[in-house]
Write a protein that binds this ligand. Structure first.
Ligand code: NAD
Ligand code: IPM
Ligand code: MN
Length: 357
């Protein structure tokens, strides 16, 4: 059956990396009998430039009708002074919210070939395989009230950290279910020593844990978790955390794998419909130079095949192809090390396609 994929390249390096991921989808289509129908739309700064809205109605409609969504990245310095609702990042937050993509899976896995690319000692990261489950549609990102206003003659900025128990419960279930399929170890990360919001988070996670007696649940404060991630990351298997803590911890975790250019993600709703994107941003500093690493986006395609299309074999083929190009020595600048073969974004995409054959 033909799967409809909405393709939203976005800004900065977004179009470059998405182009390589699409090549991979097309290669699978030709070789594996898979059938995709791709339709492109604007989001972020591209949405604002073309249609005056970082999430145009037509884009949202397309995304809702699609079986899955492939997204590059949004944002850029030229948009930072726009009215807040018009900024690229708001478009991204809106599409996540509108599609109810509350569970954001961010796997941090070290390919053995990249042990040298990590800034951490190889023995600290060797064999690393963590799954961060980040809640994606709540927390201080969406809580009301929020704003900047004048109080007592000076400006104050404020946001509201807020979680309802149902929001915590549903993402906790996702995390426990993932833990059941892995090492049955789940660490819930919060700041319950200071924040009421986290106190409730922890209580609800403990309630949900009663339904998963086989999973060993632990709790950690987010400051300690940040430290432990770089001290001894392999103590973690599955981590579940709120929106903002997950945002920060996953960028940190990405460096364990060699580069933020390696970390894919899946943002899923209740029915495993998903949006797939690298965890990194639009990297304006390297946009348009053909030097971005497309592997995080290509690995996001693999997650799409696995989680939304339930095609583990095809997902595995993409993962294996990525592994193979790394074995062959291909490296974009961000993961370059001595003796390897430095390539650009396009060449890396071509190498993955060749490795798929
Ligand atoms: P960033 O992730 O874009 O870049 C951080 C650093 O990592 C930069 O030095 C960049 O060159 C490098 N980098 C990122 N992806 C790379 C890749 N694939 N290959 C090689 N190097 C890569 O974060 P930032 O600089 O803080 O943000 C830039 C813009 O992106 C901002 O507008 C921000 O809001 C936006 N952003 C968007 C998303 C998203 O769309 N999901 C995520 C994060 C940031
Ligand atoms: C991410 C990004 C986004 C987030 C921004 C661009 C809204 O940093 O996807 O990690 O904070 O969720
Ligand atoms: Mn982020």
């Amino acid at each position: 059956m033909t799967k409809k994929i909405a393709v939203l390249p976005g800004d900065g390096i977004g179009p470059e990396i998405v182009c390589e991921a699409v090549k991979v989808l097309q290669a699978l289509q030709n070789s594996d009998g898979l059938s995709f129908e791709l339709e492109y739309a604007n989001i972020g700064g591209a949405g604002y430039d073309a249609e005056g809205d970082p999430l145009p109605d037509s884009t949202l409609k397309l995304a809702k009708a699609a079986d899955a969504i492939l997204l590059g990245a949004v944002g850029g310095p030229q948009y930072d002074k726009l009215d807040r609702p018009l900024r690229p990042e708001r478009g991204l937050l809106r599409i996540r919210k509108e599609l109810n993509l509350f569970a954001n899976l961010r796997p941090a896995m070290l390919y053995p070939e990249l042990a040298e690319a990590s800034t951490l000692k190889p023995e600290v990261v060797a064999g690393l395989d963590i799954m961060i489950v980040r809640e994606l549609t709540g927390d201080v990102y969406f809580g009301q009230p929020r704003g900047i206003e004048v109080r007592n003659g000076e400006r104050v900025g404020f946001n509201t950290m807020l979680y309802s128990e149902s929001e915590v419960r549903r993402v906790a279930h996702v995390a426990f279910q993932i833990a059941m399929k892995r090492d049955k170890k789940l660490c819930s990360v919060e700041k319950a020593n200071v924040l009421e919001c986290s106190e409730l988070w922890k209580e609800v996670v403990i309630e949900v844990s009663k339904e998963y007696p086989e999973v060993a649940l632990s709790h950690m404060y987010v400051d300690n978790a940040a430290m432990q991630l770089v001290r001894a990351p392999k103590q973690f298997d599955v981590v579940v955390t709120g929106n903002i803590f997950g945002d920060i911890l996953s960028d940190a975790a990405s460096m364990l794998t060699g580069s933020i250019g390696m970390l894919p993600s899946a943002s899923l709703d209740q029915n495993n419909k998903g949006m797939y994107e690298p965890i990194h941003g639009s990297a304006p500093d390297i946009a348009g130079k053909n030097i971005a690493n497309p592997l995080a986006t290509i690995l996001s395609v693999s997650m799409m095949l696995r989680y939304t299309f339930g095609n583990e074999a095809a997902a595995q083929r993409v993962d294996d192809a990525v592994r193979k190009v790394l074995q062959q020595g291909y490296r974009t600048s961000d993961i370059m090390s001595q003796g390897m073969r430095r390539v650009g974004c396009t060449e890396m995409g071509d190498a993955v396609v060749a490795a798929l054959q």
